[in-house]
Design a protein around this ligand. Structure first.
Ligand code: XUL
Length: 579
């Protein structure tokens, strides 16, 4: 039974938040066949706009998602005043959210799992989580005792309020650290040297440049800061009641970790802020067990002292939740950010320095490309032309592949890939009044950008696993299939980051108990694509997109000031593929 599939695009349509689901996975016995005393594993995903929890039953013949629930930050916690999960502010380059909101969301969800799942929580063996990457939380020394002594008679968030040295946490959408990135890049000997060391050039949203900015702007608060957590390690700390480590998946998103050695990199620390190493979480393996669930959760919500496993970033967790445990396949996640990622045996880095190399949850590496103008750009175009998602899809269906050479660069917000520091939608041979053409231009640009900027990963793409809210939309995935010339497969569990974190909890528990489970077995039964919902490329469109790719690249180059106006290129395209 599948009750929670988002029906159209993302973020989940109204009402899709706060639903629960029960998945039975094909080809496996179900709990109807086998009376099931099996272990339960809880995974979280704290995204930009909300928090999801999934509980799986695993470790025996039955593999099943037995609970799934999502909460939207804006709708469930309006008192924090977020808009799409971000706190409003004056500077358009700054993007922050509230660490207290995240704590309150975690507690609310733990309460729902305890009271509404109907599950026998005594079977819960381990918990892990995934969180939006790069964001950071700043705690005073007093937080250590506060975490250890959380009072089960009181809600969580107010108990943390006095221990933050920075009320607002910078998040991945922040683009305000240009000066800090430049300084760090200089200190590390240039972008290529920085990328070789840490897996990425100094990037605006990455944690190191954010820390440097905090140090420069408020040195006293920086000095008062005893611990700087990633969103992931902060939330794991709340569960464990003690400072949790980070791991090479999320740690690589800081510009502070030596990617090959999986240790903090002294040169990067020095380039960032004084005394930093003492303030960072420890770096451990992705399967590290942080400790048992703190007494707070046991007493207040009736949980057993299950293992808390190190949390990671949403993209590394998604790799597992999409079943990508060997090199040769990629996933595209169409969420608030659109990302393309895949496992890599070696820590390759992007010569153009737009892509990133992170650690992967299995101890290897992964490559990633991230575009900021994902679901919110799709919503803006949908709304600008007065469409609903059905109308958006119809616009895609009624316009020709290649859009007669009409191109949009959908930089509603400053773009991460390619690096476009100033927001502003650019249109080439595209009439702003033509709704259907603008819808197609948007989706083609999103897919062409992912294709163009992931070439460095050198993965021969035969199949793509699609995840995230927009993976529900056939018309969007048809463009994906056509642009990449590859089959696009859909997964039975839409939130692959959340499923991945539950699977990571299982993997770590089994390992800690001396019964290691190989990764292909961990994902088996949960991540097999749904064959009937595969979207196949239309052969006639291959030539169109091979040609448009070059024309689109010329538009990007022009918009970024590196190339001539692409008018003649687009005219030549129109001549051939005018439709
Ligand atoms: C990845 C990135 C985003 C966030 C979104 O580098 O910045 O995908 O992780 O949650």
């Amino acid at each position: 039974m599948r009750t929670c599939a988002p029906v159209a695009e993302d973020p989940l349509p109204p009402g899709a938040w706060a639903r629960s689901a029960r998945h039975r996975l094909a080809g496996r016995p179900t709990s109807g066949d086998v009376p099931s005393p099996m272990a339960l594993y809880l995974g979280f995903d704290l995204g930009t706009q909300g928090l999801t929890a999934i509980v799986i039953e695993a470790g025996g013949p039955v593999r099943e998602v037995v609970f799934q629930r999502s909460l939207s930050f804006d709708e469930t916690f309006p008192q924090y005043g977020t808009v799409n999960g971000v706190l409003p502010g004056d500077d358009p380059l700054v993007a922050t959210s509230s660490p207290l909101l995240w704590a309150e969301a975690l507690e609310t969800m733990m309460g729902l799992v305890a009271r509404e799942s109907g599950l026998d929580l005594s079977r819960l063996r381990a918990i892990s989580g995934s969180a939006q990457q790069h964001g950071s939380v700043y705690l005073a020394a007093s937080a250590t005792a506060a975490l250890a002594g959380l009072d089960a008679a009181r809600p969580l968030a107010p108990q943390l309020a006095g221990h933050l040295t920075r009320a607002r946490s910078p998040i991945w959408m922040d683009a305000s650290t240009g000066a800090q990135c430049a300084a760090i890049t200089r200190a590390l000997g240039g972008e290529s040297a920085g990328a070789r060391l840490t897996g990425s050039r100094a990037a605006l949203r990455f944690t190191g440049p954010q820390i440097r900015k905090f140090f420069e702007q408020d040195p006293a608060a920086y000095a008062r800061t005893d611990r700087i957590h990633l969103v992931s390690s902060y939330l794991a700390s709340l569960l464990a009641g003690a400072h949790a480590p980070t791991e090479p998946g999320d740690g690589a998103g800081m510009n502070l970790m030596d990617l090959a050695r999986r240790e903090w990199a002294p040169a990067a620390l020095e380039a960032t802020a004084p005394g930093l190493v003492a303030k960072l979480p420890a770096l451990r393996e992705p399967w590290a067990v942080v400790g048992p669930l703190a007494p707070y959760w046991v007493r207040r919500h009736g949980f057993p002292p299950a293992k808390v496993v190190a949390w990671s970033g949403d993209n590394p967790c998604s790799l597992v939740g999409a079943g990508l445990v060997a090199e040769g396949a990629i996933a595209i996640s169409l969420g608030t950010s659109d990302t393309l990622f895949g496992p890599m045996r070696e820590p390759r880095t992007d010569p153009a320095r737009d892509g990133h190399a992170f650690g992967s949850p299995d101890g290897g590496y992964m490559g990633l490309v991230c575009c900021r103008n994902g679901s919110l750009a799709r919503e803006r175009v949908r709304d600008a032309y007065g469409l609903d998602w059905a109308g958006f899809s119809e616009s895609l269906r009624s316009t020709p592949a290649g859009n007669r050479g009409a191109v949009m660069l959908p930089w509603f917000e400053p773009e991460i890939t390619p690096r476009a520091l100033s927001a502003g939608v650019r249109r080439y041979a595209l009439d702003p009044a033509d709704g259907p053409a603008n819808v197609r231009a948007l989706v083609e640009a999103q897919m062409l950008a992912l294709a163009l900027h992931s070439a460095w990963m050198s993965v021969e793409v035969r199949t793509i696993r699609a995840t995230g809210g927009a993976a529900a939309n056939n018309a969007i995935l048809q463009v994906t299939a056509d642009v990449f010339g590859a089959e696009v497969q859909r997964l039975p569990v839409g939130n692959s980051a959340c499923l991945g974190s539950a699977l990571r909890a299982w993997h770590a528990d089994a390992l800690a108990e001396g019964r290691p489970v190989p990764w292909d077995e961990v994902v088996a039964g949960f991540t097999e694509p749904e064959a009937a919902r595969t979207v196949r490329p239309i052969p006639a469109h291959a030539g169109v997109y091979a040609e448009l790719r070059g024309a689109y690249a010329a538009c990007e180059a022009h918009a970024l000031g590196h190339g001539p106006h692409p008018a003649s290129r687009l005219a030549a395209f129109r001549e051939r593929f005018g439709g």
